[in-house]
Design a protein around this ligand. Structure first.
Ligand code: 5GP
Ligand code: MG
Length: 185
């Protein structure tokens, strides 16, 4: 697995330092509120679990799952697999957490879906932000790192279902992309 990585963008140490700073910002915004962290599966499960453990105020957790079938590195049509229960959405202040904000289609669709089902407020928090690829007007309320237009894996982010368990974020060697059809979530 490690030998498929061309270079490391963020080490484990960089990641935890970055998350600590964002966790402090999130804490100040939600202090005193009743609120829920909604992790977008599968990609954000590792980020969400490191984030919530650095937030020292009460919160609840819920999960949504969405995936797009693309060619492995480019997005296709988005499918929402499941949403939180009605009582976890209606009248709730939600912080939607995802691994990366790329074109913005995933967060845009999920945010609208949760608002149309009665959420009071939906803010967004992403581990990585790739603003150069944005197709929709959507800026994250919180983000840990900005990245340039380069396909990255690790720390929850996959290529063809693999590499999510890398403890750092890295760019794959171009040779790995050859002849691979992938599913992304
Ligand atoms: P968006 O809907 O914003 O275009 O894309 C969001 C989803 O695409 C992310 O949740 C992630 O699954 C996938 N994605 C976008 N860019 C990358 C990337 O550089 N690496 C990986 N592994 N997935 C990405
Ligand atoms: Mg994802």
């Amino acid at each position: 697995m490690h030998r498929d990585i061309e270079h490391v963008l963020f080490s484990e140490e960089d990641i935890l330092k970055g998350i600590e700073a964002v966790a402090a910002e999130v804490t100040e915004v939600y202090r005193g509120q009743d609120w829920t962290v909604v992790s977008v599966l599968k990609g954000s499960c590792i980020f969400a679990s490191d984030l919530v453990r650095r937030i020292p105020i009460p919160l609840q957790m819920a999960f949504v799952a969405a995936h797009s079938y693309g060619d492995g590195t480019r997005p296709g049509e988005l499918h929402v697999d499941f949403l939180p229960n009605e009582d976890e959405i209606q009248g709730c202040n939600l912080l939607l957490v995802d691994d990366i904000l790329d074109t913005g289609r995933t967060m845009f669709a999920l945010k609208n879906e949760l608002l149309s089902r009665g959420a009071t407020e939906v803010k967004t928090c992403v581990f990585l932000d790739k603003p150069s690829r944005r197709e929709l007007r959507l800026e994250p309320d919180f983000r840990v790192f900005e990245v340039r237009d380069e396909f990255v894996v690790g720390y929850g982010l996959d290529f063809a279902g693999r590499y999510r368990n890398l403890p750092y974020v890295g760019a794959l060697k171009p040779s790995v992309f050859e002849c691979t059809q992938g599913e992304r979530s």
